[in-house]
Design a protein around this ligand. Structure first.
Ligand code: ADP
Ligand code: MG
Length: 228
């Protein structure tokens, strides 16, 4: 993508996240400053407990920061209510998880359709988009199956199809290959690279350092801070 077409998808300024329970206060993130641009392939690594999932959840508007400023696709997030945050998320962000998080009693096609239903898309558009995505991810023959009937790789491909449903610019993936064998994991990584080439911004959390080499930028987290 030419640099003139670059836009800022996410800005974090002094973002922190503190989890408080009755006895302990955990500083999961401290003073995170970060700008994420369209078309970027960002890889995030760090030891277990360093705040990777928390950072992705905040970027994905799944939980609010405890402090600091967050802007997603030009929208200041702190002023938005729950419903508006969900709208911004649905429009701009696709999420892929280590354990897929498909809804167990919905068929694969209904899982993939869900973000479009939430976005209020018309039924014929949903049908067409779902069949196009299932075709692309080689799941057309599994469309009416339940998640439990699919292999790990198929489940992750279904989750990726769901993440793509609303054509988000920003795709957040939290250890998406962490629960797959090496070959299946590599296929999933190939997919992320294809999506990147098509112009999506990918923000990938991984333990696998072999995923770092193709990234535009590599961020390391430690104790809730970006250290490199
Ligand atoms: P990572 O994904 O890098 O392993 P996390 O973002 O999951 O790290 O967690 C960062 C820190 O925040 C850890 O110390 C973890 O125990 C703590 N934490 C995460 N979620 C919660 C929560 N819901 N309640 C309390 N502490 C949490
Ligand atoms: Mg994690």
């Amino acid at each position: 993508m030419p640099s003139s077409e670059k836009e800022t998808l996410a800005t974090l300024e002094g973002v922190s996240r503190v989890y408080r329970t009755q006895y302990v206060e955990t500083h999961a993130l401290t003073d995170i400053n970060l700008e994420i641009n369209s078309g970027e392939f960002l890889v995030l690594t760090g030891p277990s407990g360093s705040g990777k999932t928390t950072l992705l959840s905040i970027l994905g508007l799944m939980e609010p920061p405890s402090g600091g400023r967050l802007v997603i696709a030009g929208q200041e997030i702190s002023g938005l209510d729950r419903k508006m945050r969900a709208q911004v998320r649905g429009q701009h962000i696709g999420f892929v998880f280590q354990f897929f998080h498909l809804i167990p009693d919905l068929s694969i096609e209904d899982n993939v359709a869900l973000p479009m239903h939430y976005a209020g898309r018309p039924a014929n558009e949903i049908r067409q988009r779902v069949s196009e995505l299932l075709e692309r991810l080689e799941l057309a023959h599994r469309s009416s199956h339940l998640p439990v009937q699919l292999s790990g790789g198929q489940k992750q491909r279904a989750a990726i199809a769901r993440a793509l449903a609303n054509r988000p610019k920003l795709i957040l993936a939290d250890e998406p290959t962490g629960n797959l064998d090496t070959e299946t994991g590599n296929q999933v990584m190939d997919l992320f690279h294809q999506l990147h080439e098509e112009g999506h911004c990918i923000c990938l959390v991984t333990h696998d350092l072999s995923h770092v080499k193709d990234a535009d930028r590599h961020l390391k987290l430690q104790d809730g801070r970006i250290v490199a």
